[in-house]
Design a protein around this ligand. Structure first.
Ligand code: ZN
Length: 263
């Protein structure tokens, strides 16, 4: 069974999709086109609410940005309402993303749990594991990926955010423009710069898609190109760009702003 068929089957059996469709009863506290909030039938405390997108998404990163934004905007109001209605002292927002994190439902959702001082829960009492060195390595690896993700987000929402803006360098040898010397960058800036350069130069984009071997050779032989493509898997980038261009051809007027997602 392919991935899409497996997802369809998961949707068919999903209790939360059934609740959303109205096939299974639930105490709804808030509903709109994109989301539903219901009381948990096994409440941890009185007024325990589950918030979910109406579309079936197994995990958080698969939820479209605008839906995620909507969920949290509305959650802001739901929490205020909970505090006023229940006179609770606080609300825990609990998200388990992935089975290893404790996610039990195949439909992504999160919990809003009313809290009192000295209630049955302690504050999250997490053990301290991992060395500082390992933690630093993890932070560096996450940071390396995050700029591309953020750029994709801001390009979708039309916001600039706090991303670093700078002049693009030129495209690779064999394309219309000639490379200039890019300034020294951090890893994040490299990625940002590369995304911008690819977006601005169709000939470079074509070269990556159609002639990845030539691009790799340029990267191998030119320090400037090595710097521009630092730590990027060009074969993978080529395949992903190709798929993205094909998908976007179907969508008239689309651009390649989402390129950050493939890096
Ligand atoms: Zn579902």
């Amino acid at each position: 069974m392919d991935e899409q068929a497996a997802l369809e089957q998961q949707k068919q059996n999903c209790i939360f999709c059934k609740i959303i469709k109205g096939d299974v009863p639930a105490k709804k506290v808030y509903e709109d086109d994109l989301m539903l909030a219901v009381l948990d039938i096994n409440p941890a405390t009185k007024g325990h609410i589950l918030v979910m997108p109406k579309e079936h998404h197994p995990i958080l990163p698969l939820i479209p940005f605008e839906h995620m934004q909507h969920l949290f905007k509305k959650t802001h109001g739901i929490i205020k309402a909970m505090k006023q209605a229940l006179l609770c002292k606080g609300v825990s927002v609990f998200i388990a993303n992935g089975a290893a994190a404790g996610q039990q439902s195949p439909h992504f959702l999160f919990h809003l749990i009313p809290r009192e001082e000295n209630d049955m829960f302690s504050a999250f009492d997490l053990p301290v594991t991992g060395s500082k060195e390992e933690n630093d390595k993890a932070a560096a690896a996450i940071k390396e990926r995050i700029n591309g993700m953020m750029r994709a987000y801001f390009s979708q929402t039309g916001q600039q955010g706090l991303l670093h803006q700078e002049e693009a360098t030129s495209p690779p040898r064999g394309t219309a423009a000639q490379p200039s010397s890019p300034p020294q960058h951090t890893t994040e800036e490299h990625l940002d710069n590369l995304i911008k350069t690819i977006n601005e130069h169709d000939d470079l984009k074509q070269a990556i898609i159609e002639r990845p071997a030539e691009v790799k050779e340029a990267v191998r032989t030119s320090e400037k190109w090595r710097k521009l493509f630092a730590s990027v898997d060009i074969d993978k980038l080529s395949q992903n760009l190709k798929a993205m261009v094909a998908a976007q051809r179907k969508k008239q007027g689309a651009d390649l702003d989402k390129i950050g997602e493939v890096l």
